[in-house]
Design a protein around this ligand. Sequence first.
Ligand SMILES: O=C(O)C(=O)C[C@]1(C(=O)O)C=C[C@@H](O)C=C1
Length: 296
Amino acid sequence: MAQNDENLANLDLNELRAEIDEIDQAMQALIIRRTRVVQAVGAFKDRQIAQGSKVHVPYRPAREARIMRTLVRRHDGAFPKTALIQIWRELIAAGTRLEAPYTVALCRDADGQDCWELARLNFGCLNEIVEFDSQLEAIHALEDGRAAVGVFPAPVPGEGHSWWPLIGPESAVRVVSKLPFGGRPVGRGEDTEGFVLAAIELEESGDDRTLFVVTVDLPGDEAALRKDFAKACPGSAILGVFTPDATNHCFVLVDVPGFLCNQGENFRRTLLDHGLKCGDVRVLGAYGVPIPADEM
Ligand SMILES: O=C(O)C(=O)C[C@]1(C(=O)O)C=C[C@@H](O)C=C1
């Protein structure tokens, strides 16, 4: 029998355990029911694919971001929100696998940093994680469908080689999420941040940031470039600058507040208006803003 909190203190151990058994049974029945609904979602997506949809990966990070934010917002009581999110990570990852099994691609960065913990925690205990020898190979695996998602270390300003310049303008691969999304694990991997890459459509989650790759004339110094971008676009951050050999231009990876995937041209004009000598502006991706640590 469901007990009020006040009554719990009057129960003996057997009665308390009977209460837990009842709750576990109710939760399991709901997991069974949720799974049937997820399978129906999978069947719906299969029909969309049969009708010509190009997206074959069931993963929908914007929807997941909305689910996680709602969980955290309505939570109450002593159970930690980070662990609550982790329960749903397993639920969602295992369910997505039922829609279509998928492989997670990983690659270490030039400093040997990898995102294994991030990948395991986000994509669950059942999905295969394949480690590639080079970042280019991992990106190719995403492009040709050998892997559905990839987790790559978030670029660090000033690092020598990053993966993002390897994604060409014709590639269907995009940055679609930032990890960890809510809460951090304790211990190994607790400081690692990563981006999820996948060949899927970009969708709004209600609180998003957009990644642009901007081609600019080689600046006198990088500090001036950062200042110019900050002035042109408040709240933006330069995550990386890549200068191809023997050229007089560089590519700048800039992280901008808002879901601006159809506004590359507007963004370019804003930069030009602020005196930045920029050429092409292309969208590398967009991601739901992770839940801030002080809300967890
Ligand atoms: O909503 C969907 O599109 C689903 O496939 C369901 C679901 C979920 O388990 O809630 C699973 C995978 C997606 O990444 C997002 C959500």
